[in-house]
Design a protein around this ligand. Structure first.
Ligand code: NAD
Length: 483
């Protein structure tokens, strides 16, 4: 594999994301030779760490995620890490950072290539982008920036942030990361849809009754109450992960698999997305928040949550497109905290085609994303000993050995950043459409809140959310497949 010369600067080098995801992923890419002799990583945060202390942290992070490690490799890998105490709000600190980056570039022959990673609270993204620009931190080679989610809080703030970033970076060099696009089963959606005539040819409103996307979490807000209360499930999960999945399910077949063709297909689809009216929001969307139990807090009692908060910890809703292969087909989604179990899955519900064998159950194609990874399709046959239909699932699954080889989403996506492949990142024009949709719902909810009539329904923890989520279907014959 190519040895890519680069100086990488991680803003938030002492944080959870860097420790749990970025350092282990970088080590794996180092072991594969993608980054090797000509790279340096600068970890920055406010704490007064030493280079040595950062290297220990990096080694610990690798040990925590690997059963076996070649200690010599790890030592050599960690020696490429440097720590710079840096307050992102202090302009002068960028001068020191710039100098260190230049010194390391000379030392490791990094050819002026820079990779900036914003692994910090989103409120700092704009500040960092502004100072990268006004303090001229970019190098003379390639300059790429990885921006974590959430990218903005609504369309207006996302536009502002985008402007701040594009002052220093071209669209092609901005990698808006969504780790769901690095997940094995999410990456399986396109080959499943486009390579099998059985599936490709039924992918239309003629045969698909509806599509359902469920991202269920078992955990509550935990220590993130302060942040979560300003966000809610719609912004935290739908604006990014759910929309990425829906886009892959509904987009037309791209002309090719290169980044430009895939993004073109996505943008063609999203241009036809139907933005809900306030009336649609009333009937097609449900927001809820979890109640407490003997052993758990209700959402409103969680630390750093406003007890009168209207923020939703559950949302269910509907998306429709006017164009594309599934034009007019309702795509239902739901996501929430403190649901029965962690489960990320997609159900494609096929139409009944006749009543020859009586009112059969629906036939579905299901893609399980987490915690299991598999695809299964209903196949019908006749019962052996009596009249009627026997249903079996035809399953595409992975062995344990194969699953062990599946790279973490972050490793996959970091790899793509190094090789400059933005297929599995969010283009600005896609993000903009997602925010337009989300803003329409948030605005309608805000109006309900203002007139003192917020319809935030409560739900018992560790079930499948509020019963009202069963009322968003277009017909009485539709229901959630995963109950
Ligand atoms: P974190 O709070 O653990 O880390 C934040 C980092 O920022 C720390 O290193 C902290 O020292 C540093 N910091 C805070 N204020 C600073 C300042 N003024 N100047 C310099 N450094 C400062 O956060 P995290 O969980 O690592 O998340 C970082 C980003 O990654 C967020 O955008 C989050 O949404 C995203 N993300 C995180 C995860 C995860 O698993 N942790 C998953 C997906 C996305």
């Amino acid at each position: 594999m190519k040895n890519i010369p680069v100086v990488m600067i991680i803003f938030g080098g002492s944080g959870d994301l860097a420790h749990r995801k970025l350092y282990p992923a970088l080590f794996n890419l180092y072991e594969q030779g993608l980054i090797h002799d000509n790279f340096a990583v600068i970890g920055t945060a406010r704490r007064p760490w030493s280079h040595e202390y950062l290297r220990e942290q990096v080694s610990d992070a690798v040990h925590e995620t690997h059963d076996t490690v070649d200690e010599n490799d790890l030592k050599e890998f960690a020696s490429h890490f440097y720590y710079q105490s840096h307050d992102v709000t202090n302009v002068e600190h960028y001068e020191t950072l710039k100098k260190l980056a230049q010194d390391l570039d000379d030392r490791y022959f990094a050819r002026g290539n820079r990779l900036f990673y914003m692994a910090m609270a989103p409120r700092f993204f704009g500040t960092i982008a502004t100072h990268i620009n006004d303090q001229h931190l970019t190098g003379s080679g390639f300059n790429r920036i990885v921006v974590e989610k959430p990218f903005g809080h609504d369309l207006a703030s996302a536009e502002k942030l985008n402007k701040e970033i594009t002052a220093s970076f071209d669209e092609d060099d901005i990698f808006r990361i969504d780790h769901y696009l690095g997940k094995e089963m999410v990456q399986n959606i396109m080959p499943m849809r486009f390579t099998n005539p059985l599936i490709k040819n039924i992918w239309s409103g003629d045969y698909i009754k509806n599509i359902q996307v469920t991202l269920a979490e078992r955990l509550g807000v935990e220590a993130r109450g302060g942040y979560y209360d300003t966000s809610g499930a719609l912004r935290d999960m739908v604006q990014n992960h759910i929309f990425q999945i829906i886009t892959l399910l509904a987009m037309p077949e791209p002309k090719d698999l290169d980044s430009a063709s895939v993004h073109q297909a996505k943008q063609d689809l999203l241009a036809s997305m139907i933005i809900p009216t306030p009336e649609d929001v009333k009937k097609d969307f449900v927001r809820g928040k979890y109640l407490g139990s003997d052993t758990t807090f209700a959402y409103k009692q969680e630390p750093n949550v406003d007890p009168n908060s209207n923020t939703e910890t559950f949302v269910a809703g509907k998306v429709k497109f006017a164009k594309g292969p599934v034009a007019g087909v309702p795509i239902y989604f739901r996501t929430g905290k403190e649901l029965r179990e962690k489960k990320n899955r997609i159900d494609i519900v096929l139409k009944h085609i006749n009543n020859l064998y009586g009112q059969a159950h629906s036939n579905n194609i299901t893609i399980e994303i987490d915690p299991e990874s598999k695809i299964y399709i209903t196949i019908n046959g006749k019962r052996i000993d009596q009249p009627g239909i026997r249903r079996e699932n035809l399953t595409y699954a992975f062995s344990k050995a194969e699953m062990a080889k599946v790279p973490d989403g972050y490793e996959r996506l970091l790899h793509d950043v190094f090789v400059n492949d933005s297929t599995n990142f969010t283009h600005w024009s896609e993000l903009k459409r997602y925010w337009e949709f989300i803003d329409a719902i948030e605005d309608a909810w805000q109006k309900e809140n203002e007139v003192g009539k917020p319809k935030v329904v409560q739900y018992l923890p560790y079930r499948m959310g509020p019963k009202e989520a069963n009322n968003i279907f277009e017909s009485l014959t539709e229901h959630w497949i995963y109950e």
